[in-house]
Design a protein around this ligand. Structure first.
Ligand code: CTP
Length: 396
């Protein structure tokens, strides 16, 4: 079930470190390739040799070891995994992560990675409850919304006390790494980012869309087993690993790319901020400044890409649009839903500060033909997950 997974298990120094040996065995049994990184503290509880034997790979412990760096160095180790599991994650490790410290190999790796991180805290119940531990976790959750926190369990602790702080059982940790592949076999086509409409070889009309929301939707769908193709405009952020990307420039290019992919796609999500108009003429030479103080541009309407999809003979089974509105959010959203032949439209209120275009957060109302769902302000990553979960609930 974890075939093709490369799991990096990070062990820090707590008594629960003995359970990590079992975790490594289970991960291997599930088909994953496993590498282990241990802190100094962890080595006081369990020998690297044990983990080496169980994982079948050398255990990394030192940041400044030239021999280890010559093999798989810390940056390569940060790039290698498909999943990083910190089990146990002690209060100390969590505090170091929150402070962004790179004082040992394990926290350095976490600082240097963009891979999915799963954290299984384990510590004395008083340490778990300590306001500073809770504040560290809250801060990390805000900074890294995609990290998944597993547990801790409550119960009798190694120190004899009873409460929350026991590491989640290895079986439960392995299960958490394999989310139900609810979108397996589905192909999602997502348009994302701005389009750019040329005036001449050096000038264009465009907008501030960053592609963050499109990326968040793509990551959420990939995690659930979908195949994802993104058609992205210029200046788009790098797409998540695993996405098939078609990079385009103008709205006309985007329409062509969408039509090329339509036959094979099951869901279409139009997240792009498509320019509504383009210059009527594109000058082959750079336009020169004239004697007049005013200049009028003649623009012509671009095709409506999502409306084309909504009415297409090869219409995918689900077509979802976005609407950015500065007033009458729901009214305009509903009109677009009907006019463009959509199943759902995700409406953002761009008059609210700190959300929507180019921001890290969003807050949306999803409007359908017979129901609505409000998703309150959260990171785009989280909103992306919630939108995909909602669409799954409604359709599968
Ligand atoms: N859209 C599209 N092609 C266009 C314009 C918009 O596919 N030429 C899609 C967007 O990707 C989004 C939805 O239509 O999913 C709504 O975009 P929006 O800009 O809010 O709506 P418009 O139709 O452009 O209306 P207006 O700008 O007047 O609000």
């Amino acid at each position: 079930m974890l075939h093709n997974a490369r799991v990096l298990v990070g062990i820090s120094g707590g008594i629960a470190a003995y359970k990590s040996a079992h975790l490594v065995r289970l991960l291997k049994k599930a088909g994953a390739e496993v590498r282990v990184v241990m802190t100094q503290g962890a080595q006081a509880f369990i020998q690297p040799l044990t983990l080496q034997a169980l994982s079948g790979n050398p255990v990394a412990t030192d940041l400044l070891d030239p021999a280890a760096e010559a093999g798989m160095g810390h940056i390569e180790l940060a790039r290698w995994p498909t999943h990083i599991v910190l089990a146990p994650a002690t209060a100390n490790l969590i505090a170091r992560l929150n402070a962004g410290m790179a004082d040992e190999l394990l926290p350095t790796l976490i600082l240097a990675t963009n891979k999915p991180v799963f954290i299984a805290p384990a510590m004395n119940q008083q340490m778990w409850q300590a306001p500073v531990t809770q504040a560290n976790i809250k801060n990390l959750q805000a900074m890294y919304p995609s990290w998944q926190w597993l547990g801790p369990d409550a119960g009798e602790q190694a120190c004899g006390e009873v409460g929350a702080g026991r590491m989640l059982e290895p079986e439960a940790i392995v299960e958490a790494l394999q989310p139900a592949q609810k979108l397996a076999g589905k192909h999602l086509l997502i348009t994302s980012g701005p389009t750019r409409e040329a005036l001449d070889p050096v000038r264009f009309i465009s907008n501030h869309s960053s592609g963050k929301m499109g990326n968040a939707l793509a990551s959420a769908a990939l995690r659930l087993g979908a195949k994802v193709t993104m058609i992205t405009g210029p200046g788009h952020l790098p797409v998540p690993a695993g996405v098939q990307q078609v990079a385009i420039t103008s709205a006309l290019n985007m329409l062509q790319a969408v039509q090329d992919k339509l036959a094979s796609c099951d869901w279409f999500i139009g997240c792009a901020a498509v320019a509504d108009y383009r210059p009527a003429e594109v000058s082959e030479q750079k336009l020169k400044k004239g004697a007049e103080d005013e200049l009028s541009l003649q623009l012509v309407k671009n095709p409506d890409i999502i409306a084309t999809v909504g009415q297409h003979p090869q219409r995918p089974s689900l077509v979802v649009g976005f609407a950015a509105e500065s007033e009458a959010l729901l009214q305009y959203g509903e009109q677009k839903l009907k006019r463009k032949g959509l199943d759902w439209i995700v409406c953002n209120d761009i008059s609210q500060p700190g959300i929507a275009m180019n921001a890290d957060d969003n807050a949306v109302t999803i409007i359908g033909h017979s129901s609505q769902k409000v998703l309150s302000q959260a990171s785009k990553q989280k909103i992306g997950q919630q939108i995909i979960d909602f669409l799954i609930e409604q359709t599968l």
